[in-house]
Design a protein around this ligand. Structure first.
Ligand SMILES: [Zn+2]
Length: 225
């Protein structure tokens, strides 16, 4: 091999080396935000666990439980509006917008009541708690459609401006037995049935010296502004 050709080879090698560096840099930049970042993590790595340190890309998402992904989809689809999708209601300590959005004092009261009820063999679950104003509006529109008039619907569903659910100050207890239990013992926790026509809807209310809740309104429509 002549001097000339060695020099040429060295130059070519240098060019190849610098191209390789450029490719790695570009590759890293290109790959970083994409789903193929996990593949980049495999280059020169000894195990799949390294891919996690680069990105939570495609490989990692495969290990997320289907339950968690379903939860994410629900949040996306319903915008975290507080809707309870489980027909059996949700636990009073569920990690759910309907529980997270509750007034802390109400949430604590409901959870304390649930603990006592559980000791008596009754599980308190929520059909509803906090709701977004938009979701409350949807419920009202649905009720107007179901009942045929806004006046009739308002006996059951409040406007977003009036609804205690939107303020995080009301819960709906799932199941008749559980709702009746709260109706009977809820006052010990400050929980009162507010509407005579809704034996599942409870809010915190002032308890009198004899331990009784205030008299219930006939319906949501009868509650003063
Ligand atoms: Zn309610």
């Amino acid at each position: 091999m002549s001097y000339r050709s060695r020099a040429a080879n060295a130059a070519i090698a240098a060019i190849i080396a610098s191209l390789a560096v450029a490719a790695v840099v570009c590759g890293a930049l290109l790959l970083r935000p994409g789903s193929s970042a996990a593949d980049a993590g495999h280059a020169g790595s000894s195990g799949a666990s390294d891919s996690g340190s680069l990105d939570s890309g495609s490989l990692d998402s495969g290990t997320v439980s289907s339950e968690a992904r379903a939860g994410e989809r629900d949040e996306e689809r319903f915008g975290g509006n507080g809707e309870v999708l489980d027909p059996d209601g949700i636990r009073v300590d569920a990690d759910h917008p309907g529980v997270r959005g509750l007034d802390p004092e109400l949430r604590a009261a409901v959870q304390a009541a649930a603990e006592r009820a559980a000791a008596e063999g009754i599980e308190l679950r929520l059909n509803s708690g906090w709701r977004s104003a938009a979701y409350q509006d949807e419920l009202l529109a649905q009720a107007v459609s179901d009942y045929g008039s806004e006046a009739e619907a308002r006996h059951w569903v409040d406007t977003p401006e009036r609804s205690a659910h939107v303020r995080g100050e009301a819960v709906d207890i799932g199941g008749l037995e559980a709702a009746l239990w709260v109706g009977q013992y809820g006052a010990e926790f400050g929980l009162c049935q507010i509407y005579a026509n809704e034996n599942w809807h409870f809010e915190l209310a002032p308890i009198d010296a004899d331990g009784f809740c205030p008299r219930a309104y006939d319906s949501a429509a009868a509650r003063p502004e």
